[in-house]
Write a protein that binds this ligand. Sequence first.
Ligand SMILES: Cc1cc2nc3c(=O)[nH]c(=O)nc-3n(C[C@H](O)[C@H](O)[C@H](O)COP(=O)(O)O)c2cc1C
Length: 208
Amino acid sequence: MLLLSDVGPKQISYPSRKTPVKMQAIDALLERRSAKALTVPAPDAAALDLILSSAVAAPDHGRLRPWRFVVIQGNALERFGDLLAEHLRRQYPNSAPESLQREKQKAFRAPMIVVVAAICTPGGKIPVIEQVLAAGAAAQNIMLAAHALGFNSMWKTGGPAYDDQVKAALGLEAKDAIVGFMYVGTEASRPPVVPRPSFQDLVRHWEG
Ligand SMILES: Cc1cc2nc3c(=O)[nH]c(=O)nc-3n(C[C@H](O)[C@H](O)[C@H](O)COP(=O)(O)O)c2cc1C
């Protein structure tokens, strides 16, 4: 695969990284893949600033700026784990304590979680699906920016993303959409290379 990192790469240093990061945008797009396990360090304040600045650079129809971000780290991860376990208990009141504990532990898959949500405004000129798509684009920008800065991430949803009580606990309304729980940190081991689908099978050049 053609990588452009040798062609005039931009060098950036961040306090939480031991080595300067150099990456071309096209490399970030082609190389990004989800982490299998994440650990410390999480992005520091400077890196998080860049990651969230990238998020709000996502395309957005009508300048609604529908995206919202809830950053969870430190002790708040514990509370988020409780939210996940409470959600499971509401869904399955007979859940075994081990299952609830396993669910709670999901909050600790990474040292930082960025919840990406769309504040949805129905009935306007911009369809709600486009507001959700804009938040999805912001979520993807978070993954790409994290990767470009030498971190890694995982995009998770599951039942809690669609649960009104989870939304309320995170300061959202039932009409809003959680598009992703973005787990962010440093990969504990290099994720396996997953072959990408060949785009040739997915593309048609339409000629009318
Ligand atoms: C909207 C959305 C929600 C997702 N939710 C989950 C999830 O809840 N659990 C999960 O294991 N993967 C989930 N994924 C998929 C992974 O984050 C990941 O993208 C996928 O396994 C492909 O791996 P890759 O990112 O390395 O290509 C989701 C992806 C998207 C786009």
